[in-house]
Design a protein around this ligand. Structure first.
Ligand SMILES: [Zn+2]
Length: 294
């Protein structure tokens, strides 16, 4: 089984024809490895931008590319066809899914079809590597440079942020952490609609109490002091994307606020429940009074 580690560079451009910003891909860089993760091929090609021929200062600084250099590159579809031949059915890996989103955006722009022709099976290397060191956290993604620092892989900042160099650095990181954690668990089939639906699905908090995705059993609370079932004494209301209501425990007299949120994902709902102190009205009034005093 071969793998291709891909890294892209892009430049943000405003397209007058579609009236929106587009991250125009200006470089494909990749390294192909065999089943033992030894390099067997390399791909590095620049793409001449079509929408915006001038690179932003930030991109120039980061990549050391010049307007003149990228102007010599091929056009997007020619380079992507050459890259499809290079991949030749191998599993494609990228550090995080941003490159995949950018590819979809570019294919949509150039062909009106957001499917990526070289993507048959896919692995998000960032997720895999974070899982392999037990630091996977959806809300706190670790950039490639920082990850290399964490696991002690040396690299030169100067050479980074060119596509092929980043692909090689990803490979080094992968090789360093891949003991024991199954890579197959992070490889997914990508030549199907489900891959795109899952990737493009935007998670959101459910705020409609009548939504069928809400499990009403999660909206009951036990007293956090004595453990008895508590009674809801006020209506549910929404606060910070959570449902909140006041509860009362008849057994011990405890009053508290129960909060529960439901995060809708592509194929699941994540529930987060917590008990917070009910704001004490008299205390609040006292605080207000003391603030008014000079
Ligand atoms: Zn109680």
């Amino acid at each position: 089984m071969d793998y291709v580690i891909l890294d892209l560079e892009w430049n943000s451009a405003y397209s007058r024809s579609v009236h929106r910003f587009l991250n125009e891909i200006i470089e494909f860089g990749a390294v192909k490895v065999d089943g033992d993760f030894n390099p067997v091929g390399e791909f590095s090609q620049l793409i001449a931008p079509r929408v915006k021929k001038r690179l932003s200062g930030r991109v120039k600084e980061l990549t050391h590319l010049t307007n003149e250099a990228v102007a010599e590159g091929g056009d997007f579809l020619t380079v992507s066809r050459a890259f499809t031949d290079f991949v030749d059915g191998a599993t494609v890996m990228t550090w995080g899914t941003t490159d995949i989103h950018t590819l979809i955006e570019n294919y949509r722009f150039y062909t009106n079809d957001g499917h990526i022709p070289f993507l048959h099976s896919y692995c998000d290397l960032q997720e895999y590597c974070e899982r392999a060191i037990n630091q996977y956290d959806e809300g706190n993604q670790i950039g490639l440079g920082r990850f290399a620092g964490i696991i002690g892989v040396e690299f030169s900042e100067e050479e980074q942020h060119r596509a092929a160099a980043d692909a090689y650095l990803s490979l080094k990181c992968l090789k360093k952490v891949m003991n024991g954690y199954p890579l197959e668990s992070c490889v997914q089939k990508a030549d199907c609609e489900e891959f795109y639906e899952r990737l493009l699905f935007k998670n959101y908090f459910i705020t409609d109490i009548t939504s069928p995705d809400i499990d009403r059993k999660e909206m009951t609370f036990n007293c956090d002091v004595c453990g008895s079932p508590a009674k809801r004494v006020k209506k549910w209301h929404i606060r910070n994307r959570s449902f909140c209501a006041d509860f009362y425990c008849a057994k011990c007299g405890r009053r508290f606020t129960g909060r529960v949120s439901f995060k809708k994902r592509y194929d699941s709902v994540t529930v987060n429940k917590r008990v917070t102190e009910k704001p004490d009205n008299t205390e609040k009034q006292n605080n207000m009074k003391s603030q008014i005093k000079p």
